[in-house]
Ligand binder design. Structure first.
Ligand code: ADP
Length: 292
């Protein structure tokens, strides 16, 4: 820059040029340069003008994700609310005389309420995992009993769809947070059952690998199309919304799994073939004993 040059020669962003031309002493302009977003703080001082560029890309991105998340949550809650309002209005007005029909509507209301509370639980869980500063208990847990506990909660689905579960693992002890590891297994094993075919199989393999635990869950289910494989870990992303909802899915399961794995500094890999099945492989380092 030469002594007599004007800063205007160097800046061709219209918002900044306009800000420099007016008489306001302190201004703030946000501009996008390539893939980055900058806030430019402009101050007119005695000797001239100062421009301070601050890269706000990460903050803006986080803000966008937050607002997308809230709009998704509102959308997810609106659907069951509309249906609850509809049925309860009909029932309250005494418009449905048939007792069986009344009962059916009450069951639908109950179902929607259950879905909503599942969704709220998942949202709270996700936000708790994301604010990593939250202190949680790290305790030793017997993996075999934990898997049995998870499988028990899917007893009905396993029977209904005649799914065979194959368990192959050492009775190892893992140090982690009980609720987080339970939820992680519940989501991965639950998906292997929910997105399986009639008479399908689920293989659960857990083994100790040095200072870590390797968990592999494989199913012979419907599989995930290649194009969707990288997106299933996003919040609210579902390949088949109808099937997910019908099976009580919130679309948050794998997002919770991914966050938990990263909180534990582990790794996760997904392998899937459409119509053949899916394998999820996770490695979770042992955590250190800690009581909150
Ligand atoms: P959901 O609550 O819908 O199950 P998830 O986050 O757990 O949400 O999974 C996201 C989507 O990924 C599911 O809706 C489903 O379409 C797909 N998916 C997850 N696991 C499997 C699996 N084992 N087999 C086939 N599709 C799966």
């Amino acid at each position: 820059m030469q002594p007599n040059d004007s800063i205007l020669d160097y800046l061709y962003y219209p918002d900044i040029i306009n800000a420099l031309k007016n008489d306001i002493l302190i201004q703030e302009v946000t501009i996008k340069i390539k893939d980055s977003i900058y806030t430019c703080y402009i101050s007119k001082v005695d000797l001239g003008t100062t421009l301070l560029f601050v890269d706000v890309t990460a903050a803006k991105r986080a803000e966008k994700m937050r607002s997308e998340f809230f709009s998704n949550v509102s959308h997810e809650l609106k659907t069951p609310m509309t249906s609850i309002r509809g049925y309860s209005d009909l029932l309250a007005q005494g418009l449905v005389k048939d007792e069986n029909q009344q009962k059916e509507m009450l069951l639908k209301i109950q179902n929607e309420v259950n879905n909503m509370s599942e969704l709220i639980n998942d949202i709270l869980l996700l936000s708790r995992i994301e604010s990593m500063d939250v202190e949680v208990d790290m305790m030793p847990m017997k993996m075999k009993s934990l898997v049995d506990e998870v499988l028990e909660s899917y007893e009905v689905e396993i029977l209904e769809h005649d799914i065979t579960i194959h368990k192959d693992f050492d009775d190892m002890v893992y140090i982690g947070n009980h609720q987080q590891i339970y939820t992680l297994l519940n989501n991965v094993i639950g998906n292997a059952i929910k997105y399986n075919k009639e008479h399908g199989h689920v293989y659960i393999n857990i083994e100790e690998q040095g200072q870590a635990m390797k968990v592999v869950v494989r199913d012979t289910g419907i599989g995930i199309p290649l194009a969707d494989q990288s997106r299933v870990f996003e919040r609210f992303y579902r390949v088949d919304k109808g099937r997910s909802k019908a099976r009580g899915g919130t679309g948050l399961g794998l997002a919770i799994v991914k966050h938990t794995v990263s909180l534990y500094k582990g790794t996760i890999r997904l392998n899937s073939e459409l119509d053949k099945g899916t394998t999820i492989e996770m490695t979770l380092p042992q955590q250190t004993l800690k009581q909150a």
